[in-house]
Ligand binder design. Structure first.
Ligand SMILES: Nc1ncnc2c1ncn2[C@@H]1O[C@H](COP(=O)(O)OP(=O)(O)OP(=O)(O)O)[C@@H](O)[C@H]1O
Ligand SMILES: [Mg+2]
Length: 482
């Protein structure tokens, strides 16, 4: 007996055949067509347990047909596949009530797993009500595989109130994603999007900023003030740079999230929370936890759905799309209709660059080029010139302790990754500390021109200890005359 009848619609014969074979092999009864009209006929005759369909078909776009199918047979799971692969395709499919969305090319096993899940959902009577469609304009650009995975997750998340923790280097679009999550969610109707940056608010004000305060709660509290939890009521609260939240505020936040209610500073009555929480950070929270700087229990509260935004250097194929997007924005804002194009070589140079500041850095560069050059064609030379001015022009000198932390965090993350599921050899503590020690001692010796006495003083180490370490770590001391 067949596990279920699967209706397949795709104008690409190769895909139809592959799907037909794979589903038949998996015990289903596939039925294929190349057009939307036939699919609609089948569906209206009551055929099929699950639909697997392409978006663009010769006679009709599936996004036109979907509402009709949903109206006639709301319980029929429809899996949408598309080669268009934009954020809007994922969102539109989800908003029109598609059961799932798969960017092409996809993994056959994944599709089979989704079909299986759809069949068992039917048996268990799980059905998702189709949400309403809305027009929005948060544009997330990029069609790379990494971004598509993000779009899929985002599209699903818009239908839920789950807490999301967005992780990603600076400039990867964390804030944009948080905004998109709110704008496309049902919460948009009931409340606003309120953001608070934990790194930008003085430590002692965080609590009253989050929860509000009563009149006279502390010196300077001359009026009652609402906090972000109250302002975001019914909507979304975006806790940006959560890794920079002071410990005591973390404790308070954790309690609020656990209990589902909060009190204003100086207030007596508990108020029920009604916000969807999205948190973001560019820091490695697990490493902060091990350093005792972030509460592990709060981490688990927030990390319900982790979303890791890829750095731009890992999705360089998105660079041309991003360039066009930002050029369009520049033209729109400046009211000029001047069309600029980048030569192929210029784009290649941009793709060869590492983008430590990610999309933000690219956006700034395009804006700068837009403002500084009147040329219609942006050449390789011009791009190189701008790229070099950007690396030399920006002072990297102002390094603080966090930069060291981050560098070490990054190094360690990569180091552990290198061992896959295994652990590195024992003795890690000494090894890592030695790796820090060597460049530190070398730097001090260089700065003191090889004078060990002064280097020891600079380091705050005993002279003999320094000499020992120089020998053990095999550091070459080069004496230079002053
Ligand atoms: N996928 C994308 N498509 C279009 N624009 C993007 C994309 N990702 C980021 N941007 C743009 O890049 C800039 C930086 O993004 P955003 O502020 O969201 O980054 P962030 O991860 O929050 O950075 P930080 O950690 O520094 O706060 C914004 O102007 C945003 O609009
Ligand atoms: Mg940000």
């Amino acid at each position: 007996m067949s596990k279920g009848q699967i209706l397949i619609a795709d104008d690409d014969a190769a895909i139809r055949t592959v799907l037909q074979r794979a589903l038949a092999r998996a015990g289903f009864e596939p039925q294929i067509t190349s057009n939307a009209t036939t699919l609609w006929q089948w569906v209206s005759r009551g055929e099929g347990d699950v639909v697997v369909t392409d978006v663009v078909m010769p006679d009709e776009n599936i996004f036109n047909l979907l509402p009709r199918i949903k109206k006639l047979r709301p319980e029929l799971p429809i899996i949408v596949m598309s080669a268009q692969n934009t954020f809007m395709t994922a969102i539109t499919a989800t908003e029109l009530g598609a059961y799932d969305y798969l960017p092409k090319p996809f993994d056959l096993n994944e599709l089979l797993a989704i079909v299986d899940r759809a069949m068992s959902d039917i048996k268990n009577n799980v059905s998702a009500a189709p949400p309403e469609t809305k027009e929005m304009d948060v544009s997330l650009i990029g069609r790379s595989a990494a971004m598509q995975e993000i779009y899929r997750v985002l599209a699903r998340l818009t239908q839920t109130d789950l807490t999301v923790l967005i992780n990603g280097e600076s400039g990867t679009g964390k804030e944009l994603v948080a905004r998109a999550l709110h704008d496309y969610s049902k919460r948009k109707k009931n409340g606003g999007y309120v953001a608070i940056n934990m790194a930008a608010i003085p430590k002692e004000l965080i609590e009253s900023e989050l929860f509000g305060h009563e009149k006279g709660a502390f010196t300077g509290a001359v009026t009652r003030n609402s906090g972000r939890f109250e302002q975001a009521k019914g909507g979304t609260l975006f806790l940006d740079e959560i890794g920079d939240m002071p410990m005591d505020a973390q404790t308070r936040l954790l309690r609020v999230l656990q209990e589902g209610e909060y009190m204003t500073v100086g207030g007596r009555t508990p108020i029920k929370t009604d916000v969807r929480i999205i948190a973001a950070t560019h820091r490695d929270l697990r490493s902060l936890i091990s350093q005792g700087l972030f509460r592990e229990d709060l981490f688990y509260r927030l990390n319900v759905v982790p979303l890791n935004l890829p750095p731009l250097r890992n999705r360089k194929e998105d660079i041309p799309d991003l360039i066009n997007h930002f050029l369009g924005k520049v033209a729109e804002e400046g009211g000029n209709s001047q069309t600029r194009t980048f030569t192929t070589e210029a784009i290649e140079k941009l793709q060869a660059y590492d983008w430590p500041g990610n999309v933000r850095e690219l956006e700034n560069l395009i804006r700068r080029i837009g403002a500084l050059y009147v040329h219609d064609v942006i050449t390789e030379e011009l791009v190189l010139q701008e790229l070099s001015s950007q690396t030399t022009g920006q002072p990297h000198a102002a390094k603080d302790e966090y930069d060291i932390c981050e560098a070490v965090e990054q190094y360690l993350a990569g180091y552990f990754q290198g061992f896959g599921d295994d652990l590195p050899p024992a003795g890690l503590y000494q090894r890592v500390l030695q790796q820090m020690e060597k460049p530190l001692l070398t730097a001090c010796l260089t700065a003191t021109r090889g004078n060990q006495l002064r280097a020891a003083e600079l380091l705050g180490l005993n002279r003999n200890t320094l000499r020992d370490k120089i020998r053990k770590l095999d550091i070459k001391v080069i004496k230079t005359t002053e």
